[in-house]
Design a protein around this ligand. Structure first.
Ligand SMILES: [Zn+2]
Length: 162
């Protein structure tokens, strides 16, 4: 499915797909997730913000705004792992890997010089890591530590399987 612009699509994950939202962000996509959000509210926000809804909730697809295409939505098969879900979405929309976004909120990451992170980074992370980023939305400091390396490896494996 071709996107209308060269910009990356943005997503809104339903209340059950928080894990998928985090992985989409790691793959470089802005994905919103609100814990416990009601379907009607989710659809209204997705429409307002032009986001594609990702949902495992069958009845959501019967709602008028989805049936008439006012809100684009993709059904995510249940009982699949987060990585399989991510693979499913990336394949469906032919999405390439993009620069990672903040896994906590989906904000963009801006690299900060290592010395600027010294006061804030945990000492061990500061000693071991050479690159640091700050989220432009939640202000969180991130670094290329073991957690990120694991995520990055899985993303690369997945991208290679497309
Ligand atoms: Zn953030």
């Amino acid at each position: 499915m071709a996107e209308t612009t060269g910009e990356a699509p943005t997503f809104y994950c339903d209340a059950m797909l928080g894990g998928l939202a985090r992985w989409l962000r790691a793959a470089g996509y802005d994905a919103r997730f609100d814990y416990g959000i009601d379907d009607a509210v989710l659809l209204a926000r997705a429409r307002e913000q032009g986001r594609i809804v990702l949902s495992s909730d069958g009845p959501l697809f019967d709602r008028t705004v989805v049936r008439t295409g006012q809100v684009r939505a993709l059904f995510i098969p249940r009982q699949t792992g987060k990585i399989e879900q991510l693979h499913f979405v990336m394949r469906h929309f032919s999405l390439p890997l993009r620069p990672a976004r903040c896994m906590a909120c989906g904000g963009g990451l801006i690299e900060v010089p290592r010395h600027a992170a010294a006061a804030e980074a945990p000492p061990l992370a500061f000693r071991r890591c050479d690159r640091f980023w700050r989220c432009d939305r939640c202000d969180k400091l991130l670094w290329n530590g073991t957690h990120w390396q694991r995520v990055d490896r899985q993303l690369r494996t997945l991208a290679g399987e497309q």
